[in-house]
Design a protein. Structure first.
Length: 227
């Protein structure tokens, strides 16, 4: 409740929270964490950025893998229908992300999302949410922890430690560059943690963020100038 007092916004409608929770619980039953069966040739990164309180801009960047050559950049912006409610951000972001995804001319084998996969209180972060909607392998690379506990990994690139929530490993805390803050890599849907971590590391060339989400974040800022 302190969040809403701090930002001078009313608390969420309890009936809406109840309905969204029910939807998450139903979706949770369909999540599949498994070794992927794809031949990874095309990887997409996606990210969203809010413009004011009620407009969202979402970006998909398609790259080759493992070369990470940019093939496509697409974006879509629109109004947000839901208020911000902690733990339910995917319901705000997913509709616009799905509209942006439709603009890709080529189909990615894997989508790397700037956000969480199963490292979420109900195992349904934005990466998992998207994976279920699209029926595609997805993984999350988040900048901040949402839930769980971990020990800080060593300061060298490639070091990692498990993120544990309710006695389950839900993500890896991965150091993608020497002496920078780690990222939180989690499976979203149709992929396992080990593979997601390997791919995140392979895509972390020079920067903290792996190239697919780093570029999506970059172009979100670029395309906002055109809105």
């Amino acid at each position: 409740m302190a969040y809403y007092r701090q930002f001078d916004a009313p608390p969420p409608d309890p009936l809406l929270v109840q309905e969204l929770t029910k939807q998450q619980q139903e979706m949770q039953q369909r999540v599949m964490i498994q070794k992927p069966d794809f031949s990874l040739k095309f990887i997409a990164g996606c990210d969203s950025s809010f413009i004011g309180e009620d407009t969202i801009l979402s970006v998909f960047v398609l790259l080759t893998y493992p070369g990470l050559e940019v093939l496509e950049k697409v974006w879509h912006h629109g109004r947000v229908e839901l208020p911000y409610i902690p733990g339910f951000l995917a319901f705000r972001e997913a509709p616009n992300l799905l509209e942006a995804y439709k603009k890709l001319e080529q189909t990615p084998d894997l989508i790397m999302v700037d956000g969480h996969g199963i490292s979420h209180p109900r195992r349904l972060g934005i990466a998992t949410h998207l994976g279920l909607h699209l029926g595609k392998p997805t993984m999350g690379v988040a900048k901040k922890v949402l839930v769980g506990k971990y020990n800080e990994p060593a300061a060298t690139k490639g070091s990692l430690s498990p993120l544990v929530y309710k006695n389950e490993v839900i993500a890896n805390v991965l150091r993608t560059k020497d002496n920078v803050k780690p990222v939180f890599v989690s499976p979203g849907h149709l992929i396992d943690l080990e593979t997601a971590t390997e791919i995140a590391m392979a895509c972390a060339i020079k920067h903290k963020l792996p190239e697919p989400t780093r570029l999506a974040d970059h172009y979100a800022a670029v395309f906002k100038r055109d809105v």
